[in-house]
Ligand binder design. Sequence first.
Ligand SMILES: Nc1ncnc2c1ncn2[C@@H]1O[C@H](COP(=O)(O)OP(=O)(O)OP(=O)(O)O)[C@@H](O)[C@H]1O
Length: 349
Amino acid sequence: MTTGSRGLEASERSPAKSRAEGPESQAADGTTAPTPAVAVDDLHKRFGTGPDAVTAVDGVSFEVDPGSVVGLLGPNGAGKTTLIKSILGMVVPDRGAVRIKGIDAREAPRAAYAHVDAMLEGARNDYWRLTVRENLRYFATISGVDPASVADRHERLLDRLDIADKADEPVRNLSRGMKSKVSLASVLAGGAEVVFLDEPTLGLDVESARTFQAEIRRLAAETGLTVILSSHDMGVVETVCDRVIVVSAGEIVADDTVDGLLRQGDAHTVELTSPAFDRGLLATLRDRVEVTAVDRLDRGARIEVTTDTEGLYALMATLRDQDVSLSRVRTVERDLSDVLVDLTTAEGA
Ligand SMILES: Nc1ncnc2c1ncn2[C@@H]1O[C@H](COP(=O)(O)OP(=O)(O)OP(=O)(O)O)[C@@H](O)[C@H]1O
């Protein structure tokens, strides 16, 4: 879907120039910091009233630097879509403020959203009877851009997203993955400086998802595009995001780089193999640690346990006390989805 109007000025100005000319704010130490592309302050949104009310966004604040790619992660129903829609003004928040490039979105919505575009919930923003190229021209036009002046950019987009050979096909004739690419191209066609992408790789095959990721990184690096995307695809998030905001039950529970998130917490997952692992011993171990997998072997079993450092020492002590010899010990690398599950299922999250 397309959100707001996209300004000619914004799209036609060179990004380097636009950054240089952009408003800056004075930091406490006297240095100037670029004005955040997006600043969200204490946003709240509740649906319904009484006992059935749902608090979808519960006091969320964050800032996004221009030219960065930020991932919004969280389980189903965490509030990601409502947060994005509240920032875009498609849902009216109960409280809180949104500033786009320093412009208050409530006081001056047209000016604030002139720089913004979005692709939400896999929704096709495209006109299926129009061809791919006609869609890009259409979206450029409603952004206030003369499509002829951006024809080269459109050709580049079609090339990079590998849909140039379908440029003159009506969108309705394309496969689902190709339609997703056209949606993305349409979002980028008018030259928005800030884009919101909700589940952008839904329906894309592995190669198309990779192309998409590379394109997002390139646009952020070369044109200063700011991207805020939500995805359940951890591969996408790990590859393209400079920073990840984890949302659970309407609140931010973590805000860090991918590496920072992977390092955080005191959880270890270890794979242990022993001929002595039988039903009785496994029951004893389950009392002490979380046994996340059991693979029975001809003799004994291979198990996977997740615990903190203290729990790991206690587990090893128990095995020693019971004279259990381990034939193999292997540390299992934790990935972003493990961290996400820990963060969003932690007590109180
Ligand atoms: N229009 C609405 N009316 C009532 N409740 C709503 C509405 N929109 C969302 N909600 C509720 O708000 C909560 C957050 O929903 P939201 O769609 O923002 O989550 P999400 O993180 O985007 O989930 P998903 O990953 O499943 O897309 C959920 O409990 C949802 O049922």
